[in-house]
Design a protein around this ligand. Sequence first.
Ligand code: HQG
Length: 174
Amino acid sequence: MTPKEKNKTSKFLSLILRHKPEEIDLVLDNDGWANVDELLQKMVIGFEDLKEVVKTNEKKRFAFSDDFKKIRANQGHSIDVDLKLDPVIPPKFLFHGTAEKNIDSILVKGLLKQGRNYVHLSDDIETARNVGIRYGKPIILKVNTLNMYQEGYLFYLSKNGVWLTDFVPAGFIS
Ligand code: HQG
């Protein structure tokens, strides 16, 4: 596979495993897993290519089950799946990158999950900047996550290191 083909396949996998499995008539189970044989057949790709895409994905977006019979996205879903992540204690601060144009609304309404299942946070500023730049001139928000945790908000850490929570009230953002 050329790097371009890998990138295209990875983008399509994100679409299928996070948002629209019905595009290829695939059904995910409650925990977001797809059957690998069925996926290969419906995407018309080979197992070795799929393994290569999963292994080389720069954000480790996908994971196989231990027996390689199932595959799912590690985070980023808009469809209702239960990743079965356990709540964990967050660090003192986490970061969220967004576009400058969103800031007024965020400082009033807080960070909303919008189309996805969670609000996404990162533990480093560079990642947050790269997330924000997707939507315009980036701005990095610092979230007082430990204070949130102490007030009862839950945090989850995806297998590929993305921090997830349901909602960040404006009062915890600086
Ligand atoms: C914004 C990518 C106005 C929020 C990335 C964001 C990430 C508000 C946008 C992952 C708002 C939602 C997720 C409010 C939130 N008013 N705007 N009250 N609350 N927003 O794409 O965090 O590469 O759903 O700031 O790396 O940008 O696909 O979320 O700008 O980890 O693996 O609403 O997607 O991962 O946008 O990105 P998104 P996100 P992948």
